[in-house]
Design a protein around this ligand. Structure first.
Ligand code: GDP
Length: 297
């Protein structure tokens, strides 16, 4: 993927500049830190996150050079790597499973971000782990949404519960959950309607579905292409609805990747998966350390 190519190239240039230094001082890290700041902003990382990151790296970088045999530039790479990992939440945030009964995953997100696609991808992911999965279609507004989910269900071989468009989403969700319990399904994935923007009607509907099914996970699907906005969206949904994590989609596109770096810091909620394509297998668990390696090239 080319998402971090620019950022990686910029960082590489920064290490090169530091290659002749013996010790890193407040003076000689000033310019590289400005370069790091610029590189992160160009990658669409949100400004408060960039500020905090640069400050923290600067503090840790000063005085570097005392370890004999390890070049200061290499030590700084390590500092930046560790800060990136911690910025993205440290370690992998696993999906929680319910203690008894089905694990219910409520999917939320704006229209077109890849929410329905992510339902299918997740269904396949859990099926591969040996779990039985049912998807529930509660998007009663977008004409093709139910059909789309039915198609994905056939593709990944998972049942889809639907009840048409003439009943309330929360009621569909309730019936779907009852059916899933009857069939002793392990994981229930509830697709919901998205809108172009966050609005009260959407939030209220999501809240109603949430209080009806009491989900184990509430995952917000966000489009990486929306950059900084993705981060503030996660913060807003977390405040309003309460989420347990995010799925970052379209990381295969020409997004600049900044959302991957901002989401945790801005919202307090981890990215749990990333989507990197339209196909059902294009879903990966999110590993902060692997993402950091990718960024550092
Ligand atoms: P929804 O409105 O949020 O349910 O969005 P959809 O699931 O219908 O997806 C909208 C479009 O984005 C479709 O054309 C999907 O194939 C595409 N899409 C979804 N996830 C990804 C992804 O990770 N990468 C790419 N390139 N396209 C994606």
């Amino acid at each position: 993927s080319a998402v971090f190519d620019n950022l990686s190239t910029n960082l590489e240039a920064i290490w090169t500049k530091l290659r002749n230094q013996d010790v890193l001082t407040r003076e000689n890290v000033k310019e590289p830190m400005q370069d790091i700041r610029r590189a992160l902003l160009e990658a669409d990382v949100s400004l408060p996150v960039v500020r905090k990151f640069v400050k923290s790296v600067t503090e840790k970088a000063i005085g570097i050079g005392v370890i004999k045999g390890v070049r200061p530039d290499q030590q700084l790479v390590k500092v930046v790597n560790d800060e990136l990992v911690s910025l993205m939440g440290g370690s992998r945030a696993e999906i929680e499973f319910a203690k008894g009964g089905p694990t219910v995953i409520l999917m939320a997100g704006l229209q077109g971000v890849g929410k329905t696609t992510a339902c299918g991808k997740l269904a396949l992911y859990f099926k591969k782990k040996g779990k039985s999965v049912m998807m529930v279609a509660t998007d009663i507004y977008r004409p093709a949404a139910i059909d789309q989910l039915l198609t994905l269900g056939r593709q990944v071989d998972a049942p889809v519960f639907e009840a048409g468009k003439n009943i309330k989403p929360a009621e569909i969700a309730r019936r779907g959950l009852t059916e899933a319990k009857k069939q002793k399904i392990d994981v229930v994935i509830i697709d919901t309607a998205g809108r172009l923007q966050v609005d009260k009607a959407m939030m209220n509907e999501l809240k109603e579905v949430k209080s009806t099914v009491n989900p184990t996970e509430v995952l917000l699907v966000v489009d990486a292409m929306t950059g900084q906005e993705a981060a503030s969206l996660v913060a807003a949904f977390n405040l309003e609805l309460g989420i347990t994590g995010a799925i970052l989609t379209k990381l295969d596109g020409d997004s600049r990747g900044g959302a991957a770096l901002s989401v945790k810091e801005v919202s307090g909620k981890p990215i749990k998966f990333v989507g990197e394509g339209e196909g059902m297998t294009a879903l990966e668990p999110f590993y902060p350390d692997r993402m950091a390696s990718r960024i550092l090239g």
